[in-house]
Design a binder for this molecule. Structure first.
Ligand code: FES
Ligand SMILES: [Fe+2]
Length: 345
């Protein structure tokens, strides 16, 4: 095989993963003194925390002979490779080789950019290797600082064997609420604005409450946060849903889903916790009604739409910006566009 052909084959095999922040779950779950294997973005990464609580994510394969560092050990804040015991620090640099004084300058693994927001760990992916543009952040939720909310996200993680676009399409799917969730749509609108895509939904839900108002937004291609309020058993329930994913391959992704609930004033801590768990269960059931559809549907690039369907094509155009170089993103995608699919009645 000539070299050129081999290069082309590799290029075909390498899928592009979206530019953006991707959630890796609760930051605290990485502060357990263990090495965490992350099979994401078509490769393997390693996450670990040093004794000061800082979390590092580095490429998992050793620069020496390619062993999997995530199968090594964490000793004195250093990752020790299981193969020949080279030691790496939190920056991804090899700092000790047991049988040699001189460390080769190339003995350094890539360290990925991460941030912690709302007690969650996020990793930045950009095939161009650049840092996030100004304003491309995961918003801080002030509810996290307030004693009025139960802070646990009650995160669930599952693997879905399809392209993540199926999941993102859901943001504009105005007509599935009745059939899938038993929650007919009273009002439905989307706003596209730079790296943010919003949905505003009003409806009545049997399981989540009447007069349900859900305002949600994708911040980049993979992090979806929803603020929801509904009247349930005579009480107004406020919740925040988290729906985020990280691609594993082009056709599979890790999905994390969680829910945070506001305490009912005057209730005891136990009553609130029981209410939250019950409500989290209900939102989870509702979410998994979607998951069941995604897990079995096929990918359709040019769906046939009818009047009353949401702006699927506009959403996909918005989503497409994360899969092209930043310089190629059309200026029109930076302009705010609001599309009302179901008007108030
Ligand atoms: S492969 Fe890691 S030390 Fe040799
Ligand atoms: Fe849904």
């Amino acid at each position: 095989m000539n070299t050129l052909a081999a290069v082309n084959i590799d290029a075909e095999l390498a899928p592009r993963f979206g530019r953006g922040w991707h959630c890796l779950g609760e930051a605290a779950s990485y502060r357990d003194g263990q090495l965490h294997t992350l099979n994401i973005f078509g490769t393997r990464l390693l996450a670990f925390a040093t004794s000061d609580g800082q979390i590092s994510v580095i490429d998992a394969h050793c620069q020496h002979m390619g062993a999997d560092l995530s199968r090594g050990t964490l000793e004195n804040d250093r990752v020790v490779c299981p193969f020949h015991h080279w030691q790496y620090d939190a920056s991804g640099k090899c700092v000790e080789i047991p049988y040699c004084k001189r460390i080769p300058p190339k003995a350094k693994n890539r360290k990925w950019l991460t941030c912690i927001e709302n007690n969650l760990l996020f990793i930045w992916n950009n095939p161009e290797g650049k840092a996030p543009a100004e304003g491309v952040v995961i918003p801080h939720l002030p509810e996290q600082d307030s004693g009025e909310w139960l802070h646990d996200w009650h995160l669930d993680k599952l693997v879905i064997e399809t392209n993540p676009r199926e999941l993102v399409d859901n943001l504009v799917d105005a007509q599935h609420f009745g059939p899938v969730h038993g929650t007919p749509t009273k009002y439905f609108a989307n706003i596209f604005d730079g790296h943010i895509a919003q949905q505003i939904f009003h409806g009545d839900s049997e399981s989540l409450g009447g007069d349900l108002v859900a305002e949600s937004a994708y911040y980049g291609p993979a992090t979806h946060i929803t603020r929801m309020r509904a009247v349930f058993e005579g009480m107004e329930i406020h919740s925040i849903l988290l729906n985020c994913h990280v691609p594993i391959t082009a056709n599979s992704f890790e999905l994390r889903f969680g829910c945070m609930v506001k305490k009912i004033p005057g209730w005891s801590e136990e009553q609130n916790r029981a209410m939250a768990l019950d409500y989290v269960e209900r939102t989870r059931d509702s979410f998994y009604q979607d998951v069941d559809i995604w897990a079995h549907k096929i990918r359709v690039n040019n769906p046939v739409l009818a009047e009353g369907d949401g702006p699927v094509y506009q959403l996909r155009e918005w989503y497409g910006q994360f899969f092209m170089d930043e310089a190629d993103v059309p200026a029109t995608l930076r302009e705010r566009r609001e599309i009302v699919t179901v008007a108030q009645h």
